[in-house]
Design a protein around this ligand. Structure first.
Ligand code: ADP
Length: 602
C-alpha cells in the first residue's frame, strides 16, 4: 500500500471531524510563525549589541535592548505555550475519536463475516487480535504524527527556508540541498527495512498466538508435563523475533549515523558561508546566529523524519492487514430476502458437496429429507461430517455444490437473520458469556422477563441448582461446571423457543440423571417441530423417527431404527458397539436378579 492509498483509506474516518482538523491546522500555522521569532530576535540582539560595543556604549544603553528582547521572547513563549497546548489537545482529541471509530467499525464489520472467515488458519484469534490492535494503534498514531508532528514541523521548516532564501540566496540554497540528500537516505532506509518489518509483524503475531494457545491449553500442558517443550517452542519464536529486531536496529543505526553526519555538514557549510559574507561586508555578524537558528528549524523536522518515516512504515504494514480485515467484503455473510411464513420446517438436501476452506472434502453428494414434526437422527463415527451438515443447515457455511432448501426455498434466497431466528442450536460444548446466569439465559430472548428465564431454567433442570448458589441467578455463569453450563445453554434454547432445533450431542457432557431430565424436557419441546439430533446415546437414537447414517462425509444408510438394524450394515455395527460399551447384558441381568428377588419376597 502506498502512502497515498493509505491516506485515502483514512480520509473517511477523518472527514467527520473536519472542524477539529481546521482548528489544529490554524494553530499549527501560528506555531510555525512563532517558531521563527527566536532567530529574528537573536539576530537583532547580536547586531545591536555589536553596534553598541563598536560605538563604545556599554551597559548604560544596553538595558533598553535587553528588556525589549526579554519581553519579545517571553511573550512569544507564552503565546507558544497556548498554541502548543491547543494544538496537542485538539490533535489528541482527533486521535481518540478516530481510534474509537476505527475500533467500532472493525467490530461491526467482522461480526457480519461468515464463519469460514474465522476458521481460516490465518485468522486465528490471537493473530486477528494483534492485527486489529496494532492496526488501530498505528493508524491513529499516523493521524497524530500528521497533525501534531509533520505539519507543524514542516510548515516551520518551509517558513525558515523561505526566510533563509530571503536573507541570502546562496545560504538558502545550501540549506535546500541538504534536504533531498536527507530524504533520499531516509527513503533508502525505509526500503531496506520494509521486508524486515513485515517479518517482525508476523513474528509478533505468532508469538501472541503462542501465548494464547499456552493459556488455553494449560491443563493439557501440565498433565503431560510439557512445560519445558512449550517454553522451548516460545524460545524459538522469541529468538527469531530477536534476530529480526537486531537486524532492523542495525540498519536503522547505520542510516541514522549517516543522516546526522549530513546534517552536521550542513551546519558547518552554513556557518562558513555566512562567515564569508560577514567578512566580505555583505552581512552583519548577527546573521551567523540567524542562519544557524533558521537551519535548525529546517533540519529539526528532517531529524525526526526517520522516526516519522519508521512510524509511517509501521502504520503501512499494520494498516495493510487492518484494512484487509476491514475491507474483506467478500467475507460478508450472504443473505437472501425471503421470509416464508409460517415456517413448516422441511429441509431437503440435493447432491450437496462441501469443502472446508482448507480443502477438506467434508460432505459428498448428500441427498436427504428432514421432515417437520419428526426427530431425525444423524449417526456416524466422529469425523463423519454430522456437525458439518448441521452447520450447513444453519447457513454457517454454503455448499460448494448442490442445493439445500427449506420448505422448497433455497437457503441462499432466505433471509439469514430470519432463518437463524427460527433455529435453536445446542452444541456439545456451548459457549457461556462473561456475565450472570440470568444474562446468559436471556441471550436466547433479550426481552425475556425473569419469570420466563426461571421457567426455561426449570425445563432445562437447572433451576434447583441455581437457587442453591449464593447469588442465585446473579451468580457468575463462567464458574459453573461443564454440565451446568450445558443446561444453561439448553435453557437459552428453551427460552428462544424456535420451531427448528439442532442438537449436536446435547447431553454428552451431562451426568446420567441430568441427561435423563434433559431428554425428558427435549421430548416435550420436540412436539410440532423439526428436530435434528446428533447423538451417541442409544436411547436418543432409538427415539428418533428417522435416521441417517454417515461415514466419511457420505450418507451410507437411512431409514427407521429396526429397518436399519436389520440391514446388517454400518448402523448395526455402531449400534452394537454402543450397546456393548454400555454392557447391556450385565445391566439386563442386574434388573432380572432384582425382579427375581422381589418375586421371591412377595
Ligand atoms: P462429526 O460431527 O461427524 O464428528 P465434523 O462434521 O465435525 O464430524 O467433521 C467432519 C470432517 O471435517 C472431519 O474430518 C473434520 O476434521 C473436518 N473439519 C471439521 N471442521 C473443520 C474446519 N473448520 N476446517 C477443516 N476441516 C474441518
Amino acid at each position: 500500500m502506498t502512502l497515498w492509498q493509505l491516506f485515502l483509506k483514512i480520509k473517511p474516518f477523518v472527514t467527520p471531524y473536519k472542524w477539529l482538523v481546521l482548528i489544529t491546522l490554524t494553530l499549527t500555522l501560528l506555531g510555525a510563525i512563532a517558531a521563527q521569532v527566536n532567530a529574528l530576535t537573536l539576530q537583532y540582539a547580536v547586531d545591536h549589541i555589536n553596534a553598541l560595543l563598536k560605538s563604545g556604549q556599554g551597559l548604560a544603553h544596553g538595558w533598553q535592548l535587553l528588556i525589549t528582547i526579554s519581553l519579545i521572547l517571553l511573550s512569544k513563549e507564552i503565546l507558544n505555550l497556548l498554541i502548543q497546548f491547543g494544538q496537542k489537545f485538539y490533535g489528541e482529541k482527533l486521535r481518540i475519536l478516530i481510534t474509537q471509530d476505527l475500533s467500532q467499525n472493525i467490530i461491526e464489520k467482522f461480526l457480519t463475516y461468515r464463519l469460514a472467515f474465522f476458521t481460516q488458519e490465518d485468522h486465528q484469534a490471537g493473530k486477528l487480535q494483534t492485527r486489529i490492535d496494532r492496526g488501530i494503534g498505528s493508524l491513529t498514531r499516523l493521524v497524530q504524527i500528521f497533525f501534531i508532528e509533520i505539519i507543524p514541523l514542516f510548515s516551520s521548516a518551509v517558513i525558515a527556508l523561505g526566510l533563509m532564501f530571503y536573507a541570502n540566496f546562496w545560504v538558502g540554497l545550501v540549506a535546500l540541498c541538504i534536504v533531498p540528500i536527507y530524504f533520499w537516505l531516509t527513503f533508502r532506509q525505509a526500503q531496506k527495512l520494509g521486508n524486515w518489518r513485515r517479518n517482525l509483524r508476523d513474528g509478533r503475531e505468532r508469538k501472541s498466538q503462542g501465548i494464547l494457545s499456552i493459556i488455553t491449553s494449560i491443563t493439557v500442558i501440565k498433565s503431560f508435563n510439557r512445560e519445558k517443550i512449550e517454553a522451548e517452542k516460545q524460545l524459538k519464536l522469541q529468538s527469531d523475533l530477536t534476530q529480526n529486531q537486531m537486524h532492523t536496529r542495525q540498519i536503522s543505526f547505520l542510516f541514522d549515523g549517516l543522516k546526522t553526519f549530513i546534517e552536521q555538514i550542513g551546519v558547518v557549510l552554513i556557518i562558513i558561508l555566512t562567515a564569508y559574507f560577514v567578512l566580505a561586508g555583505y552581512m552583519s555578524i548577527g546573521m551567523i546566529m540567524y542562519h544557524v537558528l533558521l537551519f535548525n528549524n529546517v533540519s529539526a523536522p528532517i531529524r525526526s523524519l526517520h522516526r516519522i518515516y519508521d512510524e509511517i512504515n509501521d502504520a503501512m504494514v499494520y494498516s495493510e492487514s487492518f484494512f484487509n480485515i476491514l475491507e474483506a467484503d467478500q467475507e460478508i455473510e450472504a443473505s437472501g430476502q425471503l421470509q416464508p411464513q409460517p415456517l413448516q420446517g422441511q429441509f431437503e438436501l440435493k447432491q450437496v458437496d462441501f469443502f472446508y476452506p482448507n480443502g477438506h472434502h467434508a460432505l459428498k453428494s448428500i441427498n436427504m429429507v428432514i421432515q417437520p414434526n419428526k426427530i431425525t437422527a444423524l449417526v456416524g463415527l466422529s469425523g463423519a461430517g454430522k456437525s458439518t451438515l448441521i452447520s450447513l443447515l444453519d447457513k454457517f457455511y454454503v455448499p460448494n455444490d448442490g442445493k439445500i432448501t427449506l420448505d422448497g426455498i433455497d437457503l441462499q434466497d432466505m433471509d439469514t437473520v430470519y432463518l437463524r431466528d427460527h433455529i435453536g442450536l445446542v452444541l456439545q460444548k456451548n459457549h457461556i458469556f462473561q456475565g450472570t446466569i440470568a444474562e446468559n439465559i436471556r441471550y436466547g430472548k433479550t426481552s425475556a422477563s425473569m419469570q420466563e428465564i426461571i421457567f426455561a431454567a426449570q425445563q432445562a433442570s437447572i433451576h434447583e441448582q441455581i437457587l442453591k448458589l449464593e447469588k442465585g441467578y446473579d451468580s457468575d455463569a463462567t464458574m459453573l461446571s461443564g454440565g451446568q453450563q450445558q443446561r444453561i445453554a439448553i435453557a437459552r434454547m428453551f427460552l428462544k423457543n424456535p420451531p427448528i432445533i439442532f442438537l449436536d450431542e446435547p447431553t454428552a457432557s451431562l451426568d446420567a440423571i441430568a441427561a435423563e431430565q434433559i431428554k425428558h424436557s427435549l421430548d416435550q419441546i420436540k412436539q410440532g417441530r423439526t428436530v435434528v439430533i446428533i447423538s451417541h446415546s442409544l436411547s436418543q437414537i432409538i427415539d428418533a423417527d428417522y435416521t441417517y447414517v454417515m461415514q466419511d462425509g457420505e450418507i451410507v444408510e437411512h431409514g427407521e431404527h429396526l429397518e436399519l438394524y436389520q440391514q446388517q450394515g454400518v448402523y448395526k455395527s455402531i449400534f452394537d458397539a454402543m450397546a456393548k460399551s454400555l454392557n447391556i447384558e450385565k445391566i439386563a441381568k442386574t434388573f432380572e436378579d432384582q425382579d427375581e428377588e422381589e418375586q421371591t419376597h412377595s
